[in-house]
Design a protein around this ligand. Structure first.
Ligand SMILES: C[S@@+](CC[C@H](N)C(=O)[O-])C[C@H]1O[C@@H](n2cnc3c(N)ncnc32)[C@H](O)[C@@H]1O
Length: 836
């Protein structure tokens, strides 16, 4: 994949390259010596780390999270700023370019200029990340921002990050997706996905070996409870330009099951999937976050043990829901950025206990051998109200709604409860709230009165040593906990009583299979049965109630009021209404979320196909969606992969249980400018969609020599007569008015008529007006492409003869951002170049 690798450079060449190209890498005599300000000095504002015997210290020591012998080393590392790490997008068409640019320009130049005595590599690939895609720098994020010597490197990272070729992400946060063993055809659920750094990584893996013009068979479903954070995720993953992503907004513990009932399944010949199950599930749950202390030193003051107690039950519920949505044989990774055993090993042990042998904890010690990790804890204590408790039987009665049996290594407590010795006091539950955060943190722990219960220390029976703890002092990172689980058979049925025994705050009805347990929210069997009918849109067999169809989030029930009297947005795909059951008519009308509608307007689809000459092999049917059911006013048309299409069709059949906030890839956008509305095709191709559709386009294409391409990028819009290559100008003038694509020819060849489009092809969308071509890309994309073009020009042999003087002179000069692009008016054509 990719092209234009730089190849090796001599030290002199590198130096020349730096001097000629950079416009920011300049140090005057008055500037301080950069190397002196780049050293890793402890951040003086992080004085809390110096405070011995804080509650945090005591907790870490008492739980043996850090061996007391290595305490000083641990604290020193915590006080050292976290190094900036980043990852090259392995599925980017430019990943090879970027890797060689890093290796040949930055590794050496940064070493020469800023690393100690030129001995240390200032940036290097993380040894454990496959394919050398992830990189570690010796600089903190602050140093990158503030240090003048690093400015060019920082600018490079920022630009490539914005474009989507690089992702700045903490090293430990990159680990969990690697243990998922994701393949390109997998359906992957990311349950708590925002802000989306791991989702992006999952998409990279899915797309990694995709050829130009094709899509992987798999897909990623990224979910988060917080709608604002979902928006961050959408922004973050937009850089990936993927048609294989659905973003949803649910409580993960109630994530819909989307299961067709058996009758429906039998009727729906050709139905691709009958239930939404996943090959892989990432369960990166909300946690107390002490592993992020190096990034967020404030946590030192805020963190308390109550935070973990409050999250434990939710973490168990989310993990259980993940396992119920996992295919048999599938893998789930449970992870937190906390070192607290109550949020980690205790959760894993409880999940294994509930699953009763249907799920196993996988020993992954042979995977990623270069990643230094420590085994999970088998034994720990629970700290509450100034006391270290080693067994549930020592928990005072009034704390039993907060301190649960599942928080202890043995998980025992069930028998006592069943005997009526220690019944759960529901009143306490209510007064303490579900999070159990009674402030039993720093103050309590600091008290001299901390005592230990007298029972013998418990040890878990589960092989919790297979869990992984990544600690800061081992490889200069943040901290992370990771457990890999595999589902080996269906989850067992569990009686209601057991659920109460194990201390859940939510009491759920009836006996049911654990596969559904965490999704049931409807308290009456009658109502449940009616919901089942509505969801499936048909009668169900009374003898075969199928509880999995009831997986409706409580949000669904509450959110009906504002819109329930409106007509469904997509009538044809909505389930039939049952009179008198309005309260249950809720699916598909998520407040504040536009509906997803298949786009089937043949007139528009045909006009697009004809205008761009799109090959019949490129499937449109069922792959185009919009978020506006009024096709006269559709502004954007999105493209979805086959995998996403299958899920969407299933979602319609089950009554739109999924609350979809984003889906697919923006492919076409209505041109709203005056000339746009008179062009033969009102829809232009978006820059995100271009790489996918380009190999199938036969019309509205121009092939440009590097000189012409560069001229266009630099000038943003060019009159046909002003192109140095008159033939190109003439061909441009002969195109139909409207959107067109300019493809960069390779090497010193004059662009051929039919060059093969491959992964390394560079192309840009333009608007062909009456007298000129106008770029239709963002300033950022333009700047990045110009940089890349310069690199290719600099590298490819034999390139010289076809570039005019001005182009050659410009090589090595700083690039002017194409900022004015979206407001620039073509005087001849009066067309606004609209950004995609
Ligand atoms: C540790 S962060 C996830 C980080 C993310 N995986 C990433 O790599 O960018 C936890 C996320 O869980 C979300 N969250 C909290 N409670 C949730 C719930 N009940 N269901 C789903 N998401 C939840 C939070 O909004 C937060 O975005």
């Amino acid at each position: 994949m990719g092209g234009g690798g730089r190849g090796g450079r001599s030290r002199t060449q590198r130096k020349h390259f730096r001097q000629s190209r950079e416009n920011v890498w300049k140090r005057s005599k008055s500037d301080p010596d950069p190397s002196s300000s780049i050293s890793d000095t402890p951040n003086p504002s992080w004085t809390p780390f110096a405070t011995e015997n804080s509650a945090f210290d005591l907790y870490y020591k008492e739980q043996r999270i850090v061996d007391p012998q290595h305490w000083d080393q641990f604290v020193t590392v915590l006080r050292t700023p976290l190094p900036a790490t980043f990852r090259i997008n392995s599925s980017s068409q430019f990943s090879d370019d970027i890797r060689s640019q890093l290796e040949n320009d930055f590794v050496h130049s940064l070493r020469d200029e800023v690393a100690e005595g030129g001995e240390t590599e200032a940036i290097r690939p993380l040894p454990w990340y496959p394919g050398n895609f992830a990189w570690h720098s010796n600089f903190s994020r602050m140093q990158l921002r503030k240090n003048q010597t690093l400015e060019r490197f920082h600018e490079f990272l920022k630009l490539e990050n914005e474009i989507g070729n690089i992702t700045r992400q903490e090293a430990v946060s990159m680990v969990p997706p690697l243990f998922l063993d994701v393949q390109s055809d997998h359906f992957v659920l990311d349950m708590c996905a925002a802000p989306g750094s791991k989702t992006f990584q999952l998409l990279e893996i899915i797309h990694q070996s995709t050829k130009a013009g094709s899509l992987p068979d798999g897909m990623v479903m990224a979910n988060d409870l917080d709608v604002q954070r979902c928006n961050l995720l959408i922004h973050q993953t937009k850089r990936m330009c993927t048609a294989n992503l659905i973003v949803t907004n649910h409580e993960a513990q109630h994530f819909p099951g989307c299961r067709l009932n058996r009758n429906h399944e039998r009727m729906e010949l050709g139905s691709n999937i009958g239930q939404l199950l996943f090959d892989r599930v990432l369960c990166d749950v909300p946690c107390s976050g002490d592993g992020t202390l190096r990034k967020a030193p404030d946590l030192w003051r805020k963190w308390n043990t109550g935070m973990g107690h409050g999250l434990h039950s939710l973490q168990v519920l989310i993990a259980m829901r993940g396992l119920s949505l996992l295919k048999i044989g599938g893998r789930m990774v449970y992870s937190t950025c906390s070192m607290n055993p109550i949020e980690n090993e205790a959760v894993v042990a409880e999940v294994l206990r509930r699953c009763g042998g249907s799920v196993k904890l996988v020993d992954v010690s042979c995977e990623l051998p270069q990643l230094i990790r420590r085994p999970g804890l088998k034994s720990w204590k629970v700290y509450d109200k100034g006391t270290w408790i080693v067994s549930y039987k020592d928990v005072p009665k009034f704390r039993r709604s907060v301190i649960l049996p599942s928080m202890f290594p043995s998980g025992r407590g069930h028998q006592d409860l069943a005997d009526g010795n220690c019944s759960v006091d529901i009143r306490n539950e209510v007064t303490n709230g579900v999070n159990g955060n009674a402030g039993d943190g720093i103050q309590a722990l600091e008290s001299d009165n901390a005592v230990m219960s007298e029972s013998a220390e418990e040890v878990s029976d589960f092989p919790l040593e297979h869990c992984m703890r990544i600690v800061p002092q081992d490889q200069n990172t943040g901290a992370f906990f990771i457990a890999v689980l595999q589902k080996i058979s269906p989850l067992p049925a569990t009686p209601e009583k057991t659920k109460i025994e194990i201390g859940e705050q939510r009491v759920e009805p009836g006996n049911h299979c654990l596969e559904d347990a965490q999704a049931l929210q409807i308290n009456s069997p009658e109502i449940a049965h009616e919901v089942l009918k509505v969801v499936s849109g048909e009668n169900v067999n009374d003898n075969e109630p199928n509880t999995e169809d009831l997986e409706v989030s409580p949000v669904t029930c509450e959110e009906q009021n504002s819109k329930e009297t409106q007509e469904p947005h997509n009538v044809q795909n909505m389930p039939k209404r049952i009179p008198g059951k309005r309260k249950l008519q809720i699916q598909g009308k998520w407040r504040g979320v536009d509906p997803v509608v298949f786009f089937e307007d043949e007139a528009i689809i045909n006009s697009i196909r004809d205008f761009y000459g799109i090959d019949e092999n490129f499937p449109f049917n069922g792959h185009l969606v919009t978020r506006n059911s009024d096709t006269n006013h559709v502004k954007r048309i999105y493209y979805i992969s086959k995998s996403v299409k299958d899920v969407l069709e299933l979602n319609f059949k089950v009554g739109q249980q999924l609350k979809i906030t984003s889906i697919g890839l923006k492919m076409f956008e209505r041109q709203t400018a005056r000339e746009g509305s008179t062009a033969p095709c009102a829809f232009r191709i978006s820059s995100e969609g271009l790489p996918l559709i380009l190999p199938y386009m036969t019309k509205q294409i121009l092939h440009a020599s590097p000189a012409v391409f560069k001229h266009l990028l630099e000038n943003k819009d060019v009159k046909f007569a002003d192109f140095s290559d008159a033939e190109f100008g003439e061909k441009a003038a002969n195109l139909m008015p409207g959107c067109c694509v300019v493809i960069l020819g390779k090497g010193d060849r004059v662009a051929s008529e039919t060059p093969k489009v491959d992964e390394s092809t560079i192309a840009i969308g333009c608007w062909k007006g009456r007298a000129r071509l106008t770029l239709m890309i963002t300033a950022m994309d333009g700047q990045e492409l110009l940089e890349r073009l310069l690199i290719r020009l600099d590298t490819e042999k034999g390139f010289s003869g076809h570039v005019d003087k001005s182009c050659n002179d410009d090589v090595g000069v700083g690039v002017e951002p194409l900022q004015e692009l979206n407001s620039k008016t073509d005087d001849d054509d009066d067309v606004k170049a609209t950004l995609t």
